[in-house]
Write a protein that binds this ligand. Structure first.
Ligand code: UD1
Ligand code: CA
Length: 447
């Protein structure tokens, strides 16, 4: 049965106290919305419709960044969850199959749970994801008759007796598309909040003699983010799980509690990660690579046998081939370092290609930016860049070439050549002693 997703992301999330729409707040380096989209993507949906409202364009572009084929439905006024799902109807007009409704602010739903819901859907017209809440608070309550779900009552509309129910509504549900939009058409807004509640479709279905089932999951999975404190707690929970997973996958971490991983971090078996390493989005580390303490990595690839850090920063587009060395206080951005290349100390390598086994001396800078445009630096295989060389891009240093320490290299250096671009040294015999004597005498005179 084909499946489509509708992801609700229209809310402002006023309790975040932020100008940023709630679903764009980052968790593990990715917006909350991306987490929900990624879990849903495992169902291989036919279509993904994201319902935007507050911060519409920004939310839409985050959705497209995660899935370029995502369709956007705009909900101009937030009149309730049923009204939100109804906005997705045009984008799904010629779709028939199951629809899974997810919330953009609920990042921890596991794909396995969604798969279990689709399976339960085979026995029920509607399947709702519920959980036993430790503190049911303001969640909607699932009113059961035996193992059948009769209806969902929102906290604001519930009696004391209903509020005592601990089985709560996660908000995730699944139904056939034609039925879902049909039932939503019958939802009214005569309730405590004056909203069109999606949850009302359960009672309506029930009145029509349709069966409704519940799949349950641990509360941690349905955790919704409403405040900064909840976001911080979610980050902690994510990191604990991601670290345990990495250790389980055979990654060595000497102080895992100080390592921060991103949603899409990939680290191979027997890689070694030192203390206080931060992974931004888009990092892959191959088996057996080593990341020493205090590195910050983002959008980069580190191959087998490479050693990075301590205190290195790899920015987007840094590609390190096998056995590369990037040492302390080195920044690499949008640069390919071929096999065995070394940049060991205090350097900036940006918009560059460093050939295999080239050695880049301490303090080297690729001067890639002229104030308006970025330019490339090419360093050939086995080249030796003297310490404190300024490579004024665009510039090319050939294979097996050398630059003298302290050179400003603004013209290409042919293969095998040595280039020196610095003031010639002059030596004045005895001048140091004479100069010191003069200075001391001057001090005496002053008293
Ligand atoms: C909803 C459920 C409740 C459930 C809880 C779980 C309803 C009526 N209630 O309540 O049973 O226990 O979630 O967290 O469905 N949204 C829109 N447009 C709208 C309204 C909401 O896109 O017009 C989005 C919000 O951005 C949010 C989600 O839908 O991501 C849930 O909305 P919210 O207002 O937070 O619903 P709750 O009152 O928490
Ligand atoms: Ca909510």
């Amino acid at each position: 049965m084909p499946v489509s997703l509708v992801i609700l992301a229209a809310g402002l999330g006023s309790r975040m106290n932020s100008d940023l729409p709630k679903v764009l707040h980052p968790l593990a380096g990715a917006p909350l919305l991306a987490h929900a989209m990624r879990a849903g993507a495992e169902l291989e949906p036919d279509r993904v419709v994201v319902v935007t409202g507050h911060g519409g364009e920004r939310v839409a572009s985050a959705a497209r960044a995660e899935n370029p084929e995502a369709r956007i439905a705009h909900q101009a006024e937030q009149l309730g969850t049923a009204h939100a799902v109804a906005q997705a109807r045009p984008a799904l007009a010629d779709f028939s199959g199951d629809i899974v409704v997810l919330y953009g602010d609920t990042p921890f739903i596991r794909p396995e749970t969604l798969a279990a819901m689709l399976e339960a859907r085979e026995r029920h017209a509607i399947c709702v994801l519920g959980f036993e809440a430790r503190d049911p608070g303001r969640y909607g309550r699932l009113v059961m008759s035996g193992d059948r779900l009769d209806r969902i009552v929102e906290h604001a509309d519930a009696t004391d007796e209903e509020r005592a129910i601990r089985l709560c509504n996660s908000g995730v549900l699944c139904a056939d598309s034609t039925l879902l939009f049909d039932l939503i058409g019958a939802v009214g807004n005569a309730n405590a909040k004056g909203e069109y509640y999606l949850t009302d479709i359960v009672a309506i279905a029930h009145a029509r003699g349709l069966s409704t089932g519940v799949v349950t999951c641990p509360e941690a999975e349905t955790l919704g983010i409403n405040t900064r404190a909840e976001l911080a707690a979610a980050e902690t929970a994510f990191q604990a799980r991601a670290r345990a997973e990495a250790l389980g996958n055979g990654v060595t971490m000497t102080a895992p509690e100080t390592v921060f991983l991103a949603l899409d971090t990939v680290i191979g078996r027997d890689a070694v990660i030192g203390p206080n390493v931060v992974f931004g989005p888009g990092v892959t580390v191959e088996s057996g690579a080593e990341i020493l303490a205090f590195c910050h990595l983002e959008g980069c690839h580190i191959s087998r046998g490479a050693v990075v850090g301590p205190f290195a920063r790899l920015r987007p587009g840094a590609e390190l081939a096998e056995d590369v060395r990037v040492g302390n206080f080195v920044e690499v951005k949008n640069a390919i370092l071929d096999e065995g290349a070394k940049v060991n100390h205090l350097s900036y390598i940006g918009d560059a290609h460093v050939g295999e086994r080239a050695n880049v001396g301490a303090g080297t800078v690729t001067c890639n930016y002229d104030g308006v445009m970025k330019h490339r630096t090419e360093i050939g295989a086995r080249a030796f860049i003297g310490s404190d060389t300024m490579l004024v891009a665009p510039v090319r240093v050939g294979a097996d070439a050398m630059t003298g320490s302290g050179s400003v290299i603004s013209e290409d250096v042919p293969d095998g050549a040595l280039a020196i671009g610095r003031a010639r040294q002059e030596v004045k015999p005895g001048l140091a002693l004479r100069l010191m004597a003069r200075l001391r005498a001057a001090r005496e005179r002053k008293g």
